[in-house]
Design a protein around this ligand. Structure first.
Ligand code: OGA
Ligand code: MN
Length: 319
């Protein structure tokens, strides 16, 4: 079995991947075992792992990761782009129609009923842990787009991908972004949920490539007493709240259809305690990476293996 894994990593093929699958090998574990080596790689190398996941892994599986989603892309309003330039965040109420919000809520409900949600952890893959002093939330990763095919409402999710493609295309006017490195998840906060102050992009790990964070709220009957606002800190500090600087923040109500975009590296934010179930699409648009040929070759095999795990062909693979 070790041999098959080795062969698969050096020259992955659909047959080998299927063999591993049949053997019930948890590729996520195998990758985790290789983590000391991986974490020694630079951020660019880690990022090319992600790229390889998409490009190589999916071509092996006969899927096209670069295929544009079917549906209509909506550009960001010009005011959102200028807000991002001047204050590093933008809020666009009513970006989604009520009908879209309803369709995505349905998708969430089905995916939850089908057991596709997991308790959310914090931190990157290698250090990921569930810590309910920081975050109480369930999540379901929705990238790569093939991930939950056959579950939930595929047609609805396809429209969501098209919409997110449009947001990303608009943001490219500010910073170049790599479409294949788009990340996203559905977040379900139970009544009593929260996510304490944090920053989405941290130096020296793959999250470093995140340029913009986005949120799309799916709550159709949100009322102020439900709480659960997104608090965007504008004090200029990171993860740790300043002790002596005055508090400075903007609270965004998580009303269905509202889009929020902010810079991932500078904007600390949190989800205030929610007194009702609270749902959102959350994710990140990443910068492109240039990887050297050597590194690409080194990690392509791993990429394929991770891709398979991410697709749920093999148990595990979730953050
Ligand atoms: C996140 C996050 C905010 C929200 O998932 O990183 O900050 O409003 N979510 O759900
Ligand atoms: Mn966040």
């Amino acid at each position: 079995r070790r041999n098959v894994i080795k062969k698969c990593l050096s020259s992955p093929s659909r047959e080998l991947l299927c063999e591993l699958d049949r053997a019930g090998v948890d590729l996520a574990d195998e990758i985790a075992a290789a983590t000391p080596a991986l974490s020694a790689l630079s951020q660019a190398a880690m990022a090319s792992i992600l790229l390889a996941i998409h490009s190589l892994g999916f071509s092996i599986l006969g899927l096209d990761p670069a295929a544009p989603a079917k549906g209509s892309a909506k550009p960001l309003p010009a005011s959102a782009l200028s807000d991002l330039r001047s204050q590093q965040f933008a809020v666009v109420p009513g970006f989604l129609t009520t009908e879209e919000v309803g369709a995505y809520r349905e998708d969430v409900a089905k995916l939850r009923a089908e057991g596709r949600f997991k308790t959310a952890g914090i931190g990157e893959t290698a250090t990921n842990r569930v810590d309910n002093t920081v975050r109480v939330c369930e999540q379901c990763f929705i990238y790569p787009p093939q991930r939950h095919r056959g579950f939930g409402d595929d047609a609805a999710r396809e429209r969501l991908y098209a919409t997110l493609d449009g947001v990303r295309d608009s943001l490219c006017q500010l910073t170049p972004l790599e479409p294949l490195l788009t990340e996203g998840l559905y977040a379900h906060y139970p009544n009593g949920g929260y996510y304490r102050r944090h920053v989405d992009a941290a130096p020296n790990n793959p999250s470093e490539l995140r340029a913009f964070s986005y949120l799309l709220y799916l709550n159709d009957a949100w009322e102020p007493e439900h709480g659960g606002c997104l608090r965007i800190h504008t004090d200029g500090y990171g993860e740790d709240a300043p002790i002596s600087a005055p508090e400075s923040y903007v609270d965004v109500e998580p009303r269905g259809g509202t889009l929020v975009v902010f810079r991932s590296d500078t904007m600390a934010h949190e989800v205030l305690n929610t007194n009702a179930e609270r749902q959102a699409v959350a994710g990140w648009f990443n910068r492109p990476v240039g990887g050297s040929g050597f590194r690409q070759t080194l990690i392509k095999g791993l990429g394929a293996a991770v891709a398979l795990a991410a697709l749920g062909k093999v148990a595990g693979g979730d953050k």
